[in-house]
Design a binder for this molecule. Structure first.
Ligand code: SAH
Length: 219
């Protein structure tokens, strides 16, 4: 694998076009569009595949996992309504791309990944090669991460069979959970707003296809 961390005009231009494409597809949040415009997505690709980095598609990143489609990343990010300084738990670090978008939005990010290889890669590459600093955690995020709870926002980037109870517990009142819920073929995007200690408002949105959330409180 040959990764290089150089942001040339060609990639910057391709990134601007991606932002325009996402606008056309209905992403309206200016902060999210700006964040997509800032994070060099080609850093997550072997140089051989840089020409794929700004297409609005998911892409294999090794360890049998994928970097999410930019539209999906933008869609979930938009639903989180990130305010500067928000404490955010991301479940499913994967490539680390979504994590970088959250950081660009001004969040303090705690990101958890169950696959060692991906965890070791992102926890070194993001801070040292890309300048993105988050708290990287290795483990099963299907039960959230009690150690740093409560969170303002929680984002799950793998498909869950149900909404794990623990995630709701680890949200602050006024906090938002964004999680794809369904079977292993397709999921509906679900947002849960925590309005009181035991009071939640749930909204079911569009259909997506994520890799399965594997763990104690999942598949
Ligand atoms: N956010 C990622 C998308 C990753 S794909 C990105 O921006 O690229 C989903 C990831 O969730 C995979 O890396 C998978 O290993 C991880 N995953 C699945 N179940 C998990 C669990 N219970 N805890 C933590 N990570 C999990």
């Amino acid at each position: 694998m040959a990764y290089r961390y150089i942001d040339n005009y060609r990639e910057q231009g391709a990134r601007k076009k991606l932002v325009e494409e996402l606008k056309k597809k209905g992403i309206e949040d200016e902060n999210v569009l700006n964040a997509i415009g800032k994070v060099p997505r080609h850093y997550f690709f072997d140089e051989t595949f840089w020409n794929q980095a700004y297409k609005d598609i998911a892409f294999p990143i090794g360890a049998g996992q994928t970097i999410s489609q930019p539209y999906t990343v933008a869609y979930q990010s938009q639903l989180l309504h990130i305010q500067k300084g928000d404490k955010v738990l991301e479940i499913g670090t994967g490539s680390g791309y979504q994590c970088c978008i959250l950081l660009e939005l001004g969040a303090k990010v705690y990101t958890i990944e169950r696959q060692e290889k991906l965890y070791y890669h992102t926890s070194v590459i993001l801070p040292e090669k890309m300048g993105y600093r988050a708290r990287f955690i290795l483990g099963d995020g299907s039960k959230g991460n009690a150690k740093y709870a409560p969170y303002d926002k929680i984002i799950v980037t793998a498909g869950a069979p149900t909404v794990p109870e623990e995630l709701l517990k680890q949200l602050k009142i006024g906090g938002i959970l964004v999680i794809p819920v369904g079977d292993q073929e397709s999921q509906k995007m679900v947002t849960v707003l925590k309005v009181g200690e035991h009071d939640y408002e749930k909204t079911v949105l569009d259909t997506f296809r994520f890799v399965p959330l594997v763990g104690d409180k999942a598949w």
